[in-house]
Each structure stands twice: as C-alpha cells, then as structure tokens.
Design a protein around this ligand. Structure first.
Ligand SMILES: Cc1ncc(COP(=O)(O)O)c(C=O)c1O
Length: 449
C-alpha cells in the first residue's frame, strides 16, 4: 500500500508558520512534502503522524542504543525527578556516573558533564588550550564535531584540479566568522605523513589534534589502526594533546568506545550519544593533570543545565545496562547479521558493495572497496544509495537518506525488524536497479566510478 503523508504535510504547513523550515534542526527538513513528524516510537520502531511504521536505523543520529522508550532507562529518568532538575549545585549522582564512565573509558580519569556533544567538544578544546597555552588545533577532512564556529569547516575537494592540492576551506553555511580559519589546520584523514609534517614545523603553536576514530558523519569511514596509533605517537612526541571525539562511537563500538577497539588512550575524549539512550547529556573526560585545569583561574567550564537530575539518572541506568548485560553484543551481532543479509541479496545480483565503519554504525557503499577518506567519498557515485534509501524510507525502513550518515543499530532490533528490513531491501535493490537503468544510469559500472 502506498504511503500517505497527508497529516505530516498538513503539520509541516502549520509548523512552517512558526519554525524556520518547520523543524528545530536544519537536518530534519527533507522537503516541503517529505518532512516527517514522529507520533510515537517503541523499541526499534517509530510511527509518523500518518501512522506509517518504520524500523528505525537513524536512532536520533545514534543515541538510542537500547531502543526507543526503554522502560528501565525511562523509569530511571523519572526517578531522577525525585532529586529535582537543576540547583546551581551538585548532586551525589554526578560522581556515580563519572565513576562508571572512568571504569568503562580508560582515558576518562576525570570527568565533567555537558548537555550535548557540541558542548563537550567545545569544552575539550578549551581545556586543551588552557593546558598547553596554545590556540591552534587540527581537525580532519570529513569530520563532524558539532555546531560551533571553530569546527564548522569543510574542504572544498570538488574543485581541486590535482588531488594533492590544498583545498579551500568552506564554512558550513553563513554566519561562521572567517577568522576561525586562522587557528585551524584541516588535514586529510588517514594520512599520518601530513600530520607529522605539520607537527614537526608548528607543534609549539598547536594545542590539540581533534580526531573522530570513525568518521561518524562521513559514512563511518574508520581510521586505519596505523593512522590512529600514529596520531597518538605524534601527539606524544610533539607535546600536543590528542582529543578523541567519541560522541558517536562512545559506548557503541565497544563498552570502552573506539579507544578500546583500537587500543589507544586519548589525553582528552568526549562521549555523548549512547550514554543515556537519548536523554541530553554528554561528558568530557581526560588525563587527571589536564582535567584539573578546570578550576578558578584556570579553564572555565560549566553551564546551568549540566548534570541535570533526569539525564544524569538516565545515564546511570543506561551505562549500567551497557556495562553489565549483553546489550552491546546484541547490537553488534544484529549489525553483522544485517550486513550478511544485505550482502546475500546484493551478491545474488552481482552488485558490488562494501561496508565502512562498524556493524553498530555502518556505512553501505555500492563499490567493492569503501572510501578511505572524505575526498574518496566525495568523488564516488552515490546515486544507487540515494535512490535506494528513498525507496526504503517509503517502505518502512528508516535509513539515512544522506549516504554520509551510517545506519545505527540498537539492542531492541530483533528478528522481526531484520526480516522487515531485508525484505524491503531486496525489493528496493531491484526497484533501484530498474529505475536507474530506465533513467540511463549504468548501475554496476556507475557505482564503481
Ligand atoms: C563526533 C561528533 N561530535 C560532536 C557532535 C555534536 O553533538 P551534538 O549534536 O549532541 O551537539 C556529533 C553529532 O553528531 C558528532 O557525531
């Protein structure tokens, strides 16, 4: 049965009168007749205003690691209200959650809470600058570190004549002051040689190398083990702080995040999304000597809502579940089974494909080798993915329409969700192949372009 969006569309028109684009984040606007509003959710599923049901692989861009409306986490959040919301004072539970984070993430010797990933990364950068007394910092092409001016830059690789030329830096939209570029070094990912050249020449001006261990907003492209180890080694050699941004990977890729997965220990790291199953809380953690910079006369850190009663209680429950149960193993096993199922369908049709990232947050590519970095992705043909994703969304599988976002898995994804997903996927692959052939787009040759 064809999906109807009459109620979603009517709501969009009403919302547009009060909210720019009818939404509260630019990324939630999918077009005047395609923007969806959630009515409710449960476990691996959500329903839009028209009652259309979807198996959800976006999970709010990753946080909902245990599934929507998890009864234990929600009950814990409600019990957080027994303490209250915020006090401009601390509560007992802060240390309990900080101890849990330290136990799970080795680098987080000391912890401070924030409300969002963006705030945690801002704090990490400020602490690194305070500790080193330096202002410059390094980020890598294809990274996403949140919506604050210092990191809202992308490399304009499309207009490079020679792939080794230095790309122009473009802001993510208007309103980002150009002077930020003066402090920023923007380097290709998975290229330790370029980082070494820079640090050799300029380490005494650089506070931090900020790295996402998997490019969570660029298809989950992973750091090679050699690259992330080299970043660690070069930061140590040149006295620059290694800041690992685990806002998406933390408590998801492994209990100790991507740092555990790779066997590296940051000087400072950030965690956020999976720590409270969607309640707004994040943390910055790091070496004791670095984190003790947060003091009067040192680095200023805080905020009215940090470590509020409900999110903190939700975080405690969610982290205990991730630490003590097989929830994360189930997330990983489901991700692997989904990849195997998709590969069976694609192999049977001779369609080249590969996966990047981790089974818990994986990028699907219609090429035999996944991209190694942002430049590689930018130059690849993602028409097949984009076309297939539209079909899947229209047929009950809420994957990311933008091929840069990985598919996120929760512990609530079960056999029924997998069956729905693979059946829609099979139909979608055939539909996409036919549609692209009809439109004159060579499917197989095109995908390998
Ligand atoms: C690696 C990384 N850092 C920071 C952020 C920003 O987090 P938030 O959206 O909670 O501000 C994100 C969000 O997707 C992220 O993936």
């Amino acid at each position: 049965m064809a999906r109807t969006l009459a109620k979603n569309n009517a709501h969009f028109r009403r919302a547009l009168a009060k909210l720019p684009l009818g939404v509260s984040s630019n990324f939630r606007y999918w077009g005047d007749d395609k923007t969806l509003y959630v009515k409710t959710s449960l476990g691996p599923r959500l329903w839009d205003l028209d009652g259309n049901e979807y198996v959800d692989y976006r999970l709010g861009y990753g946080p909902v690691i245990l599934g929507h409306r998890h009864p234990e986490v929600d009950a814990a959040a409600r019990s957080g209200q027994d303490v209250g919301t915020v006090f401009a004072m601390s509560t007992e539970r802060e240390v309990v959650v900080a101890e849990l984070i330290s136990e799970m993430v080795a680098a987080a010797e000391l912890v401070r809470f924030s409300n969002s990933g963006t705030e945690a990364v801002m704090a990490a950068l400020r602490i690194a600058r305070g500790f080193t007394g330096r202002e410059r910092y390094v980020i890598f092409e294809g990274s996403y570190h949140g919506l604050f001016d210092a990191v809202m830059w992308q490399a304009n690789v499309e207009e490079l004549e020679n792939p080794d030329d230095e790309p122009e830096l473009l802001a993510f939209g208007q309103g980002v002051p150009g002077f930020n570029k003066q402090l920023l070094h923007h380097l290709p990912y998975n290229d330790a040689g370029r980082l070494e050249d820079l640090l050799k020449r300029q380490h005494d001006t650089i506070a931090a190398v900020l790295i996402e261990p998997l490019l969570g907003s660029c298809c989950g492209i992973p750091s090679t083990p050699e690259f992330i180890q080299a970043v660690r080694e070069l930061c140590t050699r040149y006295g620059v702080l290694m800041v690992v941004d685990e806002v998406k990977t933390g408590f998801r890729v492994a209990r100790g995040g991507a740092q555990q997965h790779y066997g590296v220990k940051a000087d400072i790291c950030t965690v956020a999304k999976a720590m409270a199953n969607g309640y707004p809380i994040a943390a910055v953690g790091g070496r004791e000597d670095v984190m003790r910079m947060c003091r009067p006369g040192g680095v200023t850190h805080g905020g009215t809502y940090t470590a509020g009663g409900m999110p903190l209680a939700a975080a405690e429950r969610c982290l205990r579940i991730l630490r003590d149960t097989d929830a994360l193993d189930r997330v990983h096993a489901y991700g692997r089974r989904m990849q195997e199922g998709m590969s069976r369908i694609l192999d049977a049709r001779g369609i080249a494909h590969s996966y990047a990232g981790h089974p818990s947050m994986n990028g699907l590519f219609f090429r035999s080798v996944p991209p190694k970095n942002y430049r590689d992705w930018k130059r690849s043909d993602y028409t097949f993915y984009d076309t297939l994703a539209q079909f899947l969304i229209e047929n009950g599988v809420m994957c990311e329409p933008d091929s840069r976002e990985p598919w996120f898995v929760s512990a609530a994804h079960d056999d029924a969700a997998l069956a729905t997903t693979l059946s829609a996927f099979e139909e979608g692959v055939d539909w996409t192949t036919k549609t692209l052939a009809r439109d004159g787009h060579g499917v197989h040759a095109g995908q390998e372009a």
